[in-house]
Design a protein around this ligand. Structure first.
Ligand SMILES: C[S@@+](CC[C@H](N)C(=O)[O-])C[C@H]1O[C@@H](n2cnc3c(N)ncnc32)[C@H](O)[C@@H]1O
Length: 217
């Protein structure tokens, strides 16, 4: 059984999506997968998201809350970070480690139980490929809905190696997670949801990101 199968109980096919229900195994896999550079890479993601003190931040598909715990001290003391994940065990893991200004809820990115325009920044790392393909557009529209006008979006996804053999090897180990490029995965979903795409780029160890704005008017 590959690591991908262990982590993605319900996700043998990339279009189906599925939760991760083994937080400790996920944490271990992430530390190994990012070659010991996870903290550095996620600190860069936090900086790229443009979060500032006082911001209200939402992390969609927050998993174990790793990124929320990096964001929490940046927005402190007045800001707060909310994490949403479809997996109860992941949310429970995140809650047990939560700084005072973080809260979590079990829920799906495509149907957020959150008010309109309540966030300054929405981030989502490595989670869109877990949302069923047919629901990804709805998830982007939900991110748009909960952002205030002028609010900022950061989506980070896996970027498979360009070397074909290496890409196949990584796909075998990781399962469906790393078989699609972020462009295949996201297509025009971000602008179609109403966002203005600002820029996109790559980060070390197989990540790509897109930054976008909810227009002010
Ligand atoms: C690869 S993990 C990424 C976790 C975290 N964002 C990170 O970067 O470490 C993907 C997460 O998406 C969650 N997930 C799956 N389907 C989801 C959905 N429809 N809505 C929200 N989260 C979902 C999974 O349970 C899992 O915790």
């Amino acid at each position: 059984m590959g690591l991908g199968k262990l982590l993605h109980d319900h996700a043998e096919h990339a279009d189906v999506g599925g939760t991760i229900d083994h937080p400790r195994a996920y944490e271990l896999a992430a530390e190994i997968g990012f070659l010991g550079r996870r903290r550095e890479i996620f600190t860069r993601l936090a900086a790229l998201s443009g979060v500032r003190p006082g911001d209200r931040v939402l992390d969609v598909g927050c998993g174990t809350g790793y990124l929320t715990r990096i964001l929490a001290p940046i927005v402190s003391p007045a800001g707060r970070v909310t994490g949403v994940d479809a997996s109860a065990p992941m949310v429970e893991h995140a809650r047990r480690r939560a700084p005072g200004n973080c809260s979590y809820q079990v829920g799906e990115g495509q149907a957020l139980d959150l008010p309109d325009a309540g966030f300054d920044v929405v981030v989502s790392s490595l989670a869109v490929h877990h949302i069923p393909a047919a629901e990804r557009g709805a998830a982007l529209r939900e991110m748009f809905r909960v952002l205030r006008p002028g609010g900022r979006l950061l989506i980070a996804e896996f970027r498979p190696p360009t070397n074909h053999l290496l890409a196949q090897l990584v796909g075998m180990v990781s399962g469906p997670a790393m078989r699609h490029s972020p462009h295949d995965l996201l297509g025009d979903l971000i602008p179609a949801a109403g966002f203005h795409v600002q820029d996109e780029g790559d980060l070390p160890v197989m990540l790509s990101y897109v930054r976008a704005l909810r227009p002010s008017t």
